[in-house]
Write a protein that binds this ligand. Structure first.
Ligand code: COA
Length: 374
């Protein structure tokens, strides 16, 4: 195999899945046969989570039971609270979530694969509380109550962050954002989870590997990096000159481009509309205008389009979410897709262990330490 053709496995079909299609003709993105546009606009995130984890959309009764179950799973074990308190204030929140996931694997281990569904729901329910318990303890010196009466994960997250119920617009945007982030086929973090699962390791190890993989700026970390980029410009007028200079220096513009999509990311217009609504509501139109200008310049100069991360960044910004929590929000959603892939991998498992083209020295005689050059 020619390694330049397979750099980053870009042209390799690495398995099959019944969970999601990305970039297939006619439909940009679908979860279990449903178009992302329909799911984002007409289903709640909990319905989407159920669809991914249980295979079908829930009926009314199933949804109510599911939401009640998730509410009960929000409790943080005392031992986990203590671990979160001991982590440094300066930790990146992604490292905190990765550690929380791994620690829960010690506190509530998966002893049999029959527990996988329950563990996936537990992680889905507990991540916002674990993250925001650590956040408030270290930022404000308070030990927050991690159980709210918000029945949606979107509302729960924002309530824990801000200490009060979000507005209906904020709740709607957060809910849609969670749906958009929930699943994306064989992306890097999902693939990492599947590799771990393929060794017959436990669910927590697979999800911990996925969180560590999502953290990088070429993957989930791009939403944080995109906000840092947008904040480099103080006005629309600055965008063209500065951006052109960045591109001339071959800098990557975070939140643009995609490995699979070639002309557009179908999730981007949905989150862009949300960001625009929030900009209007908060009277903070400058950031949105700068973002649009970046989008126009990137298309004119590089034919590159915004991916989901780009307008997610400004949407979160308008909701006053600290930038370091952007990628962790991605985790709170993508746990559904990751877990669905672990289930699927286990159903028909084969160890994932590819081969490599060897590029090192030819076979040679061993030299003892005395024979080696100084
Ligand atoms: N800004 C500037 N140039 C970009 C770019 C970006 N965001 N994305 C791709 N390019 C350019 C590359 O520099 C390269 O140019 P070259 O051929 O002149 O060297 C070309 O487009 C191909 O890029 P490459 O990184 O090899 O393609 P890929 O398929 O591996 O990239 C990404 C996919 C997502 C890694 C890439 O687009 C990227 O780094 N984007 C920014 C990070 C990001 O937003 N990640 C979230 C993805 S959802």
């Amino acid at each position: 195999m020619n390694s330049s053709k397979t750099a980053g496995l870009s042209s390799v079909v690495a398995g099959s899945t019944a969970i999601c299609t990305v970039g297939k003709q006619g439909v940009g993105l679908s979860y279990r046969g449903y178009a992302i546009e329909d799911l984002a606009e007409q289903a709640s995130f909990e319905e989407v989570a159920y669809l991914l984890l249980y295979g079908e959309l829930p009926n009314q009764q199933q949804l109510e039971h599911y939401k009640t179950r998730l509410l009960a799973y929000r409790v943080l074990p005392e031992a986990l609270k203590q671990i979160l308190e001991k982590l440094p204030k300066t930790s990146h929140p992604m490292d905190v979530l990765r550690t929380a996931c791994s620690a829960l694997g010690c506190l509530e281990p998966e002893s049999e694969f029959t527990q996988q569904q329950q563990i996936a729901d537990r992680l889905l329910a507990i991540f916002p509380g674990a993250l925001l318990y650590w956040y408030h303890f270290h930022q404000h010196g308070t030990r927050i109550e991690v159980e709210t009466e918000e029945t949606s994960l979107a509302g729960h997250f924002l309530h824990l962050l801000k200490g009060k119920s979000p507005s209906s617009l904020e709740q709607k945007v957060m809910d849609m954002s969670l749906t958009l982030y929930a699943e994306h086929e064989f992306n890097a973090s999902t693939f990492a989870a599947r590799v771990a699962a393929s060794t017959l390791s436990d669910m927590y190890s697979a999800i911990t590997a996925a969180i560590g993989t999502l953290r990088g700026p070429l993957h989930g970390g791009a939403n944080e990096a995109a906000m840092t980029l947008i904040q480099l410009f103080s006005s629309v007028d600055e965008v063209e000159v500065k951006l052109t200079a960045m591109l001339a220096r071959k800098e990557k513009i975070m939140g643009f481009g995609h490995r699979v999509y070639k002309n557009a990311d179908p999730r981007s217009p949905i989150i862009k509309k949300c960001s625009q609504e929030l900009a209007h509501k908060t009277h903070d139109e400058a950031i949105f205008a700068i973002s649009e200008k970046i989008e126009t310049c990137m298309w004119q100069q590089k034919k590159l389009f915004p991916n989901l991360d780009f307008y997610s960044a400004s949407a979160y910004y308008f909701m006053n979410i600290p930038i370091a929590l952007y990628t962790p929000i991605f985790v709170c959603s993508r746990i559904t897709g990751w877990a669905a892939h672990v289930f699927e991998q286990r159903e028909n498992n084969a160890l994932i262990r590819p081969s490599a083209d060897y590029t090192g020295p030819a076979m040679r005689s061993f030299a003892t330490i005395e024979q080696r050059p100084e």
